[in-house]
Design a binder for this molecule. Structure first.
Ligand SMILES: [Zn+2]
Length: 261
């Protein structure tokens, strides 16, 4: 049995009251330049640039049509990441994981089987939550990385499970537990979403979809970023993927996983 390492991400939804005063209205703007939600963290302005000779490879991955990412030799990974890091939060991802990256292998032609718990015996549960959760997977699928999803009814057949709880004991709204092998390929992932904040405030459909987007981001191999304009902020404020969310996951899937040297 190959050794597996388990990772856990704990995540919070910003309360609606707080969100309403911090630029929620701009959430659908593609570049909320004046958004009050902007964090102090710059959006990649301080990351390494250069290595322009590899820009082509990165661009190919970014627009990656179907299929496998371009072949990148182990020695070139750092240069590819540096060349493509502008507009991403790859630097935070690397710092947070001791310079290691985890991702799924190519699952374009053999999509990941996703089981979304179809009903939950929990007060406040609504069938629409299943639709919003599925939309989250579909949204990430549109980002042109070599991972696709297919929804299955049999949880025993699934690579990925999403289930619901009433609320967590901790001040969180969602969590993702994922496992990787020794080479940092992700091999499984389970998401749990809460129907209520810890104080009992229910999440509406929009909030549930945003939390699902965030957790699926973890499932893809992303981690938290301090910039609150991104869906991967630890306290989720926005409702859609940002350009940086998309660019970061594309960059992640343009290189092999493992320790970046
Ligand atoms: Zn999170």
């Amino acid at each position: 049995m190959p050794r597996r390492t388990i990772h856990l991400a704990l995540c919070t939804l910003a309360f609606a009251a707080a969100a309403a005063t911090s630029g929620f209205a701009a959430r659908r703007a593609p570049v909320p330049a004046h958004s009050g939600a902007r964090a102090d963290q710059s959006d990649g302005g301080d990351v390494a640039r250069g290595a322009g000779d590899l820009t082509t490879a990165v661009t190919t991955a970014a627009h990656g049509v179907a299929g496998a990412p371009p072949e990148v030799g182990a020695g070139e990974v750092r240069r590819v990441l540096d060349a493509g890091s502008s507009g991403t939060y790859m630097d935070e991802l690397l710092r947070g994981r001791d310079s290691s990256l985890a991702r799924w292998p190519d699952r374009y032609s053999r999509p990941l089987a996703v089981w979304v718990q179809p009903a939950a015996p929990v007060d406040g549960w609504r069938p629409e939550f299943v639709l919003r959760a599925r939309e989250a997977f579909e949204e990430w699928q549109r980002v042109s990385v070599p991972v696709r999803f297919t929804f299955v009814d049999d949880s025993a057949r699934a690579d990925v499970h999403l289930s619901w709880v009433d609320r967590f004991d901790e001040p969180i709204s969602g969590k993702t537990l994922w496992a990787r092998d020794e080479r940092w390929w992700i091999v499984s992932a389970d998401i749990v979403l809460a129907l209520h904040h810890r104080d009992g405030t229910p999440l509406d459909e929009s909030a549930m979809r945003a939390m699902a987007l965030h957790e699926v981001g973890h499932l893809m191999g992303l981690d938290h970023t301090r910039d609150a304009r991104n869906i991967m902020a630890p306290r989720v404020r926005v409702r859609e993927l940002s350009a940086a969310d998309r660019a970061t996951v594309r960059l992640l899937y343009s290189v092999p996983p493992g320790r970046v040297r």
